[in-house]
Design a protein around this ligand. Sequence first.
Ligand code: B16
Ligand code: MG
Length: 235
Amino acid sequence: MDINMPKPPLATLLDAVLFDLDGVIVDTAHLHFLAWRHVAEKNGLTLSKAQNESLKGLSRMDSLKMIYTLHGLPLPDASTLEAMATEKNHWYVDALKTLSAKDILPGVLNLLETLRTHHIKTAVASSSKNAKTILAHIGLQDAFDTIVDGWSIEKSKPDPEVFLKAAERLHARPEHTLVIEDALSGIQAARAAGMCVLGVGSHEQLGVADAVVLSLNAFHLEDFVQRFCPNKGER
Ligand code: B16
Ligand code: MG
């Protein structure tokens, strides 16, 4: 791009920003890990931090099935799986009670403010059925234009459904939509939806995103959008 050319206004390049919840807006990803490890150990299994990476973004039941897959073990019967998933959720929901606005991750509020200033739509796009509870705990229940959560979708990430549904509700064009994700499954889902995608976390794990930052504090929206949005497809 010629540096002397005037830059197009942000809202002509970007219709909407879709925020993943766990691990992007608030660090509930760690609480999911502790809850799954508790249930795994009670059932004679283990769960390391590294193994937990492949659970991120998956639905509750898909996460549990992934734990068995990681161990190379056959799945127990459906009622045992249901009981384990329910126990994990009880543990997790109990841990959520300690959450408050102080747990909002760095850079989130500033980015929301910038997007509001530029009249760019926002959504939470999460696989979690606890998304609305979490947003209420941290005081952000009214901060987004829409919330698409685990109750609104049939297939969890890496399927693109959650992001396509959010974009449709906001009348946003997928290639002019930015997804912010902390999980590889979420980045794959955003790619499959034809959206531009920012990873929050380690470059090693999330390198397939357009760009990766350690924290949203280090993210410069305008620079990113000028470079990557609209999404031109596979790069
Ligand atoms: P729940 P996200 C996902 O949320 C989590 O990353 C994933 O670890 C969890 O299994 C999933 O939500 C379902 O959560 O058990 O609360 O319904 O990252 O898509 O916001
Ligand atoms: Mg996440």
